[in-house]
Design a protein around this ligand. Structure first.
Ligand code: GLU
Length: 257
């Protein structure tokens, strides 16, 4: 199987903004093992800006564009240093791939991206993808890594996209405020009712980024690719997901007729 796994900053870092070492070590170990079992793995990782904030000892996450872009430039190095070190422990080679919106909107550039990713996978490397935040401007920005990971999954014809986040999956209501909220195990069709779970009543859910996750689900399922939202607190869940067990919320890719 060819899988794309996306991790958000909330999975990679403590609330202090510093690296959650135990979590990231567990993630790299599980992904290495999945690769050892013969699968192809692509990691889409956030955390550049967050790591840059920590590394530069900034008091808070910057709001102005130049400082954000500067923090991303610093943090992306720290991120890749961490992945390089941890994956090397398991004899895997990482490759850094940074994209902007214009790279995936332009057919020729997207084709080059596809070809490079295919070659990297043939060479046995583990591509680590992020948006190129340092040069991203309003006009060319993809803006969030849920959408980016869906675009990556479609471009490389992945079999599965897994979004690891700080919530177990998609709920019928916001589980943080509604005790009746139930996890939805499978979404067969993305209806307006499902979309409303992220944007409407459960607006607090969108702080966990459900809006962009459902957008990612639209992009992947439309292309016939399954997508899972699962809790990144336990990267071992990836084993169960690969075995087809029900973890989190599975969005079924549209069957081609
Ligand atoms: N590209 C951003 C970063 O690495 C994260 C974007 C996102 O989390 O959606 O900091």
């Amino acid at each position: 199987m060819r899988i794309v796994v996306k991790v958000g900053t909330s999975t990679l870092a403590h609330p202090t903004g510093l690296l959650n070492i135990r979590r990231v070590e567990a993630l790299c170990k599980v992904l290495s093992d999945i690769k050892n079992a013969g699968h192809e793995v692509i990691l889409v990782s956030s955390g550049a800006i967050g790591m840059g904030v920590g590394k530069l000892s900034l008091k808070e996450r910057p709001t102005d564009v130049p400082t954000k872009q500067a923090a991303a430039a610093v943090g992306q190095c720290e991120l890749m240093y961490t992945y390089d070190k941890l994956f090397t422990e398991h004899n895997h080679t990482v490759a850094q791939v940074l994209l902007t919106g214009s790279d995936v909107e332009d057919d020729t550039r997207r084709a080059h991206f596809h070809n490079t990713m295919t070659r990297l996978l043939e060479l046995g490397a583990l591509p680590v993808v992020n948006e190129n935040d340092t040069v991203g401007t309003d006009e060319i920005v993809i803006g969030d890594n849920d959408t980016l990971s869906a675009i990556v999954a479609v471009t490389v014809h992945a079999d599965l996209l897994v979004l690891l986040t700080d919530i177990d999956g998609l709920y019928t209501a916001d589980p943080r405020v509604d005790a009746e909220a139930r996890l939805i195990p499978v979404v067969e069709t993305l209806t307006a009712e499902i979309d409303a779970l992220a944007g409407g009543r459960g607006s607090a859910l969108s702080t966990g980024g459900m809006v962009t996750k459902l957008r990612a689900a639209h992009i992947t399922t439309e292309a016939g690719i399954d997508m899972v939202i699962a809790n990144g607190a336990a990267p071992q869940h990836l084993y169960q997901i690969m075995d087809g067990e029900r973890v989190g919320t599975l969005f079924l890719g549209r069957k081609r007729t």
